[in-house]
Design a protein around this ligand. Structure first.
Ligand code: SF4
Ligand code: FES
Length: 249
């Protein structure tokens, strides 16, 4: 398969960026999107040109680092997959493909397609953990947890922190990510002890980082590669209101 790639090139966060066009030829339809970019980069390196910088690590849909906006959609045209799980058979031979970095002021461009998502790390550092030393591994079922709560916690914990929800949102809101990270602990008894302090600190940090407000358009849920539900945002809002009015934390 042959493709024309329109790729955003930007030297660093202070430089003006712009699209540059590249041709790739003879790409297997079984190649992943990142393997296709690897082939382009090998060709650029062989010609002595600067390869295209993009983030990736696990290439298994787990780490959340492969953050590309492809033809106007975070992670490209397929549902509930990351860029590393996207294959070139999802495109037509001869297609022109536009590739951009996540666009949000809280995710400044580092170079080309790589953005700085350390704002997510700082939100987690603000309270997305259990702070007590929990000691050794307790016996299974020592703390009874209803199956429904365990399922909700696991569904929320599936968030890989990729930032597609921010990239999809017209306000660059981080509510889906933060609500998943609040919810994964809010529904479990172990998370309830510090629940008020946690939700206030994480929401406060989210606002300090400059993410926009949620207007319930649902673009985040539609583009999330892990199917994180908007119901988590409703839960986080309830947790936040309860913490604001009923807690001295
Ligand atoms: S909620 Fe979904 S889109 Fe947002 S960071 Fe988590 S996995 Fe990525
Ligand atoms: S490289 Fe890890 S999720 Fe894509």
């Amino acid at each position: 398969m042959d493709f024309t790639l329109r790729i955003w090139r930007q030297k660093d966060r202070n430089s003006q960026g712009g699209f540059k066009e590249y041709k790739v030829k003879g790409i297997s339809d079984g190649s992943s999107f990142l393997e296709m970019l690897d082939i382009l980069n090998d060709e650029l390196s062989a010609k002595g040109e600067d390869p295209v910088h993009f983030d990736n690590d696990c290439r298994e849909g787990i780490c959340g680092t492969c953050s590309l906006f492809i033809n106007g959609r975070p992670h490209g045209p397929e549902e509930e997959i990351t860029v590393c799980q996207l294959h070139m058979r999802s495109f037509k031979d001869g297609d022109t493909i536009t590739i951009e970095p996540w666009r949000a002021s809280a995710f400044p461009v580092i170079k080309d397609l790589m953005v700085d998502r350390s704002s997510f790390d700082r939100i987690i550092q603000a309270g997305g953990y259990v702070s007590v030393n929990t000691g050794g591994i307790p016996d299974a079922n020592a703390i009874p947890i209803p199956k429904e709560a365990a399922d909700l916690a696991m569904d929320a914990a599936a968030c890989i922190g990729c930032g597609a929800c921010v990239a999809a949102c017209k306000n660059a809101s981080a509510m889906l990510f933060v609500s998943a990270k609040v919810s994964q602990m809010a529904v479990l008894p172990q998370g309830k002890v510090e629940a008020s302090r946690r939700v206030k600190a994480m929401v406060g940090q989210m606002e300090d980082e400059g993410f926009g407000a949620c207007t319930n358009t649902g673009a985040c849920e539609a583009e999330c590669p892990k199917g994180i539900s908007l119901a988590n945002i409703a839960r986080m809002n309830r947790e936040y209101l309860s913490a604001a009015f009923c807690s001295n934390d």
